[in-house]
Write a protein that binds this ligand. Structure first.
Ligand SMILES: [Fe+2]
Ligand SMILES: [Fe+2]
Length: 198
């Protein structure tokens, strides 16, 4: 389990894993994250899980560990470079997205200023976050169809409510069990490994 406070160590593991894929374009993506984004310090959410500095980075590594373990548990094979890419980059669109804001909160009967994470920035284009991550990654290199499926459906039943989405998800879960396990790895990380900070 990776803790958000181990930011430097987590960053080293993250960079080494992505470089190990040797995917053409990965160096440019890493340079972009380093110089143009807050990826390494960003939270993973506003108030649900790892809502703290370094939370997003730690979340991606937790998903990587859980995904590898679930694949091994079920004997499902997936190329290591694909495991690394989907786990570490599935929430990449959350960089440059959250901001710290000051709010008034009553603590023990007294109003005090507290810092809270907010995502009030507008989303452009207004697409679901899984798809925004795919678009961001593909500015640097092509994803394989299997990688794209894992990232697109990583919210499982929470990714859409319409009839078509439900039908496609059933087919994906049946035909691409690695995608179902990836959604499960994201859930395990969120609810079993990560904390919510008040
Ligand atoms: Fe996500
Ligand atoms: Fe996630």
């Amino acid at each position: 389990m990776h803790k958000p406070e181990a930011q430097e160590e987590n960053k080293r593991v993250f960079v080494d894993l992505l470089k190990s894929t040797q995917r053409k374009g990965i160096d440019l993506l890493l340079e972009y994250l380093e110089t143009k984004t807050d990826f390494y310090s960003a939270p993973a959410s506003t108030r649900y899980h790892n809502n703290c500095v370094g939370g997003l980075l730690a979340h991606t590594l937790n998903v990587y560990e859980n995904f590898k373990n679930l694949l091994a548990l079920r004997g499902i094979e997936m190329a290591e470079e694909s495991v690394v890419i989907v786990a570490l980059l599935h929430d990449i669109c959350k960089c440059n997205y959250y901001v710290l804001e000051q709010r008034n909160k009553k603590i023990n009967g007294k109003w005090e200023q507290v810092s809270v994470w907010s995502n009030t920035k507008s989303v452009s284009p207004p697409l679901p976050h899984s798809y925004r991550s795919i678009r961001m990654i593909q500015q640097f290199f092509r994803l394989t169809p299997q990688e794209e499926l894992c990232i697109y459906y990583h919210m499982g039943p929470y990714g859409g409510e319409d009839y078509e989405y439900r039908g496609l998800l059933q087919k994906v879960n049946t035909d691409y069990p690695e995608s179902l396990l990836f959604y499960t790895a994201d859930l395990f990380s969120t609810y079993l490994d990560e904390e919510t900070f008040e």
